[in-house]
Design a binder for this molecule. Sequence first.
Ligand SMILES: [Zn+2]
Length: 251
Amino acid sequence: MEQRLDVLAIGAHPDDVELMCGGTLARLSAQGYRTGILSLTQGEMGSRGSREQRKFEAQQAARILDVAWHGMLDIPDSNVAVNEENKLKVIAEIRRHRPDLVFAPPQRSRHPDHVNCSQLVREAVFFAGLRRLETDAPHFRPQRLAYYMEMVDFVPNFIVDISSTFEKKMASIQAYTSQFYQPGKEDREEPTFISSPEFYQSIISKAEYWGQKVGVRYGEPFEVAEPIGVDDPVNLLCHKRQTKEERQALD
Ligand SMILES: [Zn+2]
């Protein structure tokens, strides 16, 4: 049986995951977790870049983020429907890789494919656990689903410090040469919303903004639907604790 993943990040299109949680994936890989990226579509309706080119770019990006596995389904781009057929495709991937943690697009998004992807993943994570729903793999339910942030802000439940992997995140985004602004390079193609220098700058600004909220250089925010159970709130909430000597020095 294929080696399981600890974390599977799912997006509607190639490059969604890199943009929204690439720093987190690279950091988790560095911490020894087996990470994966699944794109529901092959991005063939994007204004720029062919299907083959986007596949190549996704491979490059996956390598940069040190993910253990990446794949693309064949759900049609700009028609990510929440239906039985697509749900079974996502369930099959979840059962095949058995991740503890799944990342998905948020429930509110600018792009309708992302909204539907969010719903599909939410349903698939749950129904993958039903024994009586038979596929060719045994039933399995991930422990947790977390939503990454896109254009619509929410109050995050946690922010991952990605300062140590921010350069990798940006390199993985730059690997999508057909899609994004490439600093220092001339762009001869038709401009799109995401190919502008302003969009590129906004990726950096957002990482700085969310990092600043938790006292680090760069961050990526997430939301979870259910409350988080904690064994040690002191350790969780005060990870920059003062030593005994530091406390005494303040007295
Ligand atoms: Zn997308």
